[in-house]
Design a protein. Sequence first.
Length: 160
Amino acid sequence: MGDQEIPAVISGRDSPTRDCCGRAPTPEMLFAFEQFNRGEFWEQHETLELVWRAEKDTTIRNLYKGILQVGVGFYHLTRSNYNGATKVLGRGIKYLKPYEPSCYGVDVTRLIREASLVWWKVRDAGPEGIGELKDMELPRIHPAQAQVGSHAPDSRVESG
């Protein structure tokens, strides 16, 4: 489980690089992080989709898509949708990997690690057992420790 790759296919349209990772999150991004951390996964999807579609810098777009899809995967989990949870959560995790360890003030490594644990629990539960997981505590977006006080999401991100 720990070292196994989560199977997921992602678009190769936007080439990620870490060049964009020193940027400060926009107010819209911080708002989406807050929605995510409150468990408002569909709402964070709507917010991040607007940000992602408007973004001209293609190097950061997959970070947006990764966070967005991890949240949508959690949304599917809370509705006991096995296929939606495994497919979308897996894609979200894969989109995030190039941005490790941190980007845009987000502890990307922690989000990947915690979201991956959820993915494996869902996979192990299977379609017949996913309902038992729908009320589990889900990961949050946390600020990157090296960037706290500079470009990290502020304390509002971890509240809720």
